[in-house]
Design a binder for this molecule. Structure first.
Ligand SMILES: C[S@@+](CC[C@H](N)C(=O)[O-])C[C@H]1O[C@@H](n2cnc3c(N)ncnc32)[C@H](O)[C@@H]1O
Ligand code: SF4
Length: 467
């Protein structure tokens, strides 16, 4: 017989007592069982929530049904959450000490609209916007304290839903893992990590990217005017009090090596905290003396290189404007200089069967492998640009702008979750064959397998080409 988690029953009883409702022992027992109308036997309960609704309605407690079901659902979800946290703790993905996530204690993320958050997944809980608020004000903000309070109660509703989903699906590549690095510093009251994500200038037009990240996509694909920058030299001045306390800093974009203000920040970092661990996510298209000079001044500056394919034709198709031969040379140079930290891979319809090549390259060259989850184009699907695009509008950070131009050639589907189940099952078979790699590669592949399994379990109505 399916039982409710004890916590759900406790919750039910609590409300029952508070509301002064009287169920007989028999009636209460009926909550967790069902009588087979034909045989009179007791059946298993396949849906406990339905059983409660039936019970409450049968005995005239209609109003009560909603709150009871809601409370039981919540208690049940919490039990599942605690169980999954326990599993991830045993696998050293989540730390055994609270807090469950250190990001609100240690980290600031600066996005291209000027908004400041604690991490790149939580765009909803904004600490403030530069230049309206100073970095110091945002760090001291009640918004940050509210997030700390919520997460200390394992409440993920303040914008932390992606990590909540990650826990429930036992995703071993969960973002929470990254922030454990600052755990020893949660009482410092100074950020130890900063993510700079405000570069929007990019020379590439990757099929899965959007105009908020690439000025070339914005100009050539979306036909929109350039975005205006929120950050300025005064921002770099404000950063100076924080830089000496940082342990890690990440730079994304756009293409970081095309972002002028980043060079100013790196100059400050070289002066105030030269040992800082700096990770730059780059498309690898730019490598010159200026960058070599930065490497000399910042000995712990390393590159995460987005590659997506090690086959020339696939690479050039996905990473439009890219030159595979030149990026390969840069990769070789960075490996020689011990400056290549990792490869980043976006598994998509076009490259999923090349996963083994990327894993193998990382394994042989002792590089970390990061696998991005592609749920759709960055930003959103746009009518006239993407196949099955829904809206002709694009969010520019402040308003919705209408795209007037439509391309002659649509960007094809690239998300794995648009594939029919049989194809996803074949992909799972292929990925299963890669599990012989040792950790950390095995864990990354398992993460990808879980993502594909998640796509398979999506309702069939949400899947194109399915009944
Ligand atoms: C927006 S790019 C900016 C940095 C740099 N231009 C690059 O390509 O590495 C940051 C990362 O996001 C990834 N990315 C791009 N489009 C994505 C999508 N639709 N879903 C998930 N990740 C995506 C890129 O592959 C890259 O690793
Ligand atoms: S993924 Fe990176 S390289 Fe590609 S267009 Fe977007 S910002 Fe540029």
């Amino acid at each position: 017989m399916t039982n409710f988690p004890q916590k759900a029953i406790d919750e039910f009883l609590k409300i029952k007592i508070e509301k002064g409702l009287i169920f007989t022992e028999e009636q209460f027992k009926a909550m967790s069982v069902r009588i087979n109308p034909q045989t009179g036997d007791i059946d298993e309960v396949d849906n406990p929530v339905d059983t409660v609704i039936r019970l409450c309605e049968t005995y005239g407690y209609k109003d009560f049904a909603e709150s009871a079901v809601d409370a039981m659902q919540k208690a049940s979800e919490r039990t599942e959450l605690l169980e999954k946290i326990q599993i991830l703790t045993e696998q050293n993905i989540i730390d055994k000490e609270p807090p469950v996530c250190c990001a609100p204690y240690t980290s600031l993320n600066f996005d291209s609209t000027g908004n400041v958050n604690v991490c790149c997944y939580n765009r909803q809980h904004v600490l403030g916007r530069y230049p309206e608020r100073t970095i110091r004000e945002m760090w001291n903000s009640t918004e940050r304290k509210d997030l700390i309070k919520a997460l200390s109660k394992l409440d993920f509703t303040k914008g932390c839903e992606l990590c909540y989903k990650g826990i429930l699906t036992l995703n071993k590549n969960i973002l929470i893992k990254k922030f454990n690095i600052g755990r020893a510093h949660i009482n410092n009251d100074m950020p130890t990590n900063m993510d700079f994500e405000f570069g929007t200038i990019c020379n590439y037009e990757c099929i899965m990217c959007g105009g908020k990240w690439s000025s070339s996509i914005r100009k050539n694909r979306e036909k929109l005017p350039p975005l205006t920058a929120s950050y300025d030299e005064a921002f770099v001045e404000q950063l100076k009090e924080f830089i000496p306390h940082l342990l890690t800093a990440n730079f994304l974009g756009g293409e970081p090596f095309l972002t002028p203000l980043y060079y100013k920040i790196w100059d400050c970092m070289a002066e105030l905290n030269p040992q800082l661990q700096i990770l730059i996510t780059s498309n690898g298209s730019i490598f010159n003396k200026r960058i070599e000079n930065l490497f000399t001044r910042l000995p712990n500056m390393r590159i995460l290189l987005s590659i997506d394919s090690l086959t020339e034709t696939t690479y050039n198709f996905i990473r439009k404007n890219g030159n595979f031969a030149s990026v390969s040379q840069t990769i070789d140079k960075l490996i020689q200089m011990n400056r290549l930290h990792s490869l980043l891979f976006c598994p998509m319809i076009q490259n999923i069967y090349e996963t083994h090549k990327i894993v193998d390259f990382c394994y042989k060259n002792k590089l970390t492998l990061y696998i991005n989850t592609v749920y759709g184009p960055l930003g959103s699907k746009i009518k006239g640009i993407h196949e099955n695009g829904k809206s002709p509008y694009v969010w520019n950070g402040q308003t919705m702008e209408k795209i007037t131009h439509t391309n002659d050639v649509l960007i094809p589907e690239f998300c794995l979750d648009t594939l029919p189940i049989e194809k996803l099952e074949k992909i799972l078979e292929y990925l299963d064959c890669l599990l012989f790699y040792p950790d950390p590669y095995k864990t990354s592949i398992e993460g990808l397998i879980n993502v594909v399994k998640g796509f398979i379990s999506k309702p069939t109505s949400a899947r194109p080409g399915q009944v």
